[in-house]
Each structure stands twice: as C-alpha cells, then as structure tokens.
Design a protein around this ligand. Structure first.
Ligand SMILES: O=C(O)c1ccccc1NCC(=O)[C@H](O)[C@H](O)COP(=O)(O)O
Length: 255
C-alpha cells in the first residue's frame, strides 16, 4: 500500500500542474496581497510567552472529522482574542477540507501572522501562498530532497515569506541549512504511521540548533502539555485538533 505522505505529494504535484495553467504566476502577482508587507511569525513567537500557533483544520487523514463546518473567520478572530502568536491554516482541500480562500478570509479579519500549512512541492505554491495572504510557509523535510527544499526556501524568502522547517527525526535537520530556516518544528506525529506523542519532540530538543526558534507540533491535547513543552525549552507550539474541538463546543453553546 502506498504511504499517505507519498500519496499526498503525488496528488499535490498533479493539482499544482493544473493550477499553473488556470492561474499563471503573473496573475498571482497581481493579487493585492502579493505586494503587502509580511507579518513576522518568528517575531510574534519570540515575543510571546507561550508562542502558540493555533491551527485551523476541519479534518485530517488521521481524524476524518474534527470540525467540518468550522467558519474560518470566526475562528481566526477567536484565536486572536485568546492571545495566539500566529495562526496556521491548512489549505489542502482533499485531505484536510481546507482551501486558499480560508487563508484569504483569515487574513481579512485578523492581524495574526499566517502560516500556510500544506504540502509544498513546487515553486508555484510560494507565489500562491503570498498572493493569498500567507506570511510563512511549511517545508517538510521528509517530503522532498535537499535541493528542492533549498530552492523553495530561497524563493519563499525572496517573496518575503518565512520558513517553518518541519522534521520528525534528528537526522533530517541536515537537509536544509539554518540560514534558510526561520523556525524549526518537530512534528510529534509520524506522517507515515500516524503514531503521535510529545516525547518525540522532547527527545530531539538537545539536537536542535540553539539559535533557531523551536516549535513542538501535533498531538497536544491540553494546556498543561503546552506549559510543559515551553518549560522544557520549546519556544512555541503548533496546536490543531485540541483548539478546533474547543471551538466546536463553543459554537454549540453560543447557539
Ligand atoms: O494530522 C494528520 O492526520 C496528518 C496526516 C498526514 C500528514 C499531516 C497531518 N497533519 C498536519 C499537521 O502537521 C497537523 O495538523 C499539526 O501539526 C497539528 O496537529 P494536531 O494538533 O495533532 O491536530
């Protein structure tokens, strides 16, 4: 059976090839957001006590249903009110029920720096991210060869986007030079098996470059764990399902 990560990357390249024909880069460059200044996710995390990057995610390959009818504008405003340092928006439609329009809508109602959380495989997606209002993009070490990661990171920086470089194993750090990275994230979820546990990130802390901001991603299900991760040395956390489920119960009680 094909692993989910390979499946997503293959699908993503097909989608990008179609999009390039429908909306060429020159059209993306004419979007108003393309010329607007970037809000720094790195600075926002550095200046914040807990460095919370709150994620907007309706569903995922590991959880079919999280918050399917979630309204991105409502949730972006709530995340801002609750003091998040930044917001991560899953823009992948097929596997996460998200879209680039979600990114655009979030941008229209909040001042948080926005991370486009998606599977970046092609330079085209950097232009797309900027045009739809992202301030930062994700690069997954395990998804691409070093040369491709470097090419995408250089273009992201040229466009004013910051780079969150995501690893799962310590040896993946070598795949991208620190000068191309703004934040380093340890994904506590193994994207091949879906096993998840915060110990993964904690074990890797001593191996992470000391001068990069460190983010613990995935599988965080309560505030105590966030406190623990920050106390142990992470500068921030990326939390999806836990916050999205909280929003679900809040919108039910407010109806
Ligand atoms: O979440 C998944 O099931 C998943 C599966 C395959 C590839 C990526 C996946 N998630 C993307 C993420 O990195 C998470 O959405 C993010 O770290 C937040 O995780 P969580 O707090 O556990 O929702």
């Amino acid at each position: 059976m094909k692993q989910i990560l390979e499946e997503i990357i293959g699908y993503q390249q097909l989608v990008v090839n179609l999009k390039k024909q429908n909306m060429p880069v020159d059209v993306l460059k004419s979007f108003p957001e393309f010329s607007s200044p970037t809000r720094s996710l790195k600075q926002a995390v550095a200046n914040s006590e807990k460095g919370i990057i709150a994620e907007f995610k309706r569903r995922s390959p590991s959880k079919e249903t999280i918050n399917l009818k979630a309204d991105v504008m409502e949730i972006a405003q709530r995340y801002e009110q609750m003091g998040a340092a930044g917001m991560s928006v899953l823009t992948n439609q097929r596997y996460f029920g998200g879209s680039l329009e979600d990114l655009q809508l979030a941008k229209s109602v909040c001042k948080l720096p926005l991370l486009r959380k998606d599977f970046m495989v092609d330079t085209y997606q950097m232009y797309e991210a900027k045009a739809y209002g992202a301030d930062a993009i994700l690069l997954i070490a395990n998804a691409l060869p070093s040369e491709k990661l470097e090419e995408l990171a250089i273009l992201a920086h040229d466009l004013g986007l910051e780079v969150l470089f995501e690893i799962h194993e310590a040896d993946e750090i070598e795949k991208l030079a620190p000068k191309h990275i703004d934040l380093i994230g340890v994904n506590n979820r193994n994207l091949r098996t879906f096993d998840v546990g915060i110990q993964q990130g904690l074990d890797m802390l001593p191996h992470l470059p000391s001068d990069l901001l460190k983010i613990s991603e995935s599988g965080i299900q309560d505030m105590e764990t966030i406190e623990k991760l920050i106390q142990q040395g992470f500068n921030g956390v990326l939390v999806g399902e836990f916050f999205m489920k909280q929003q679900l119960s809040e919108s039910n009680t407010s109806k």
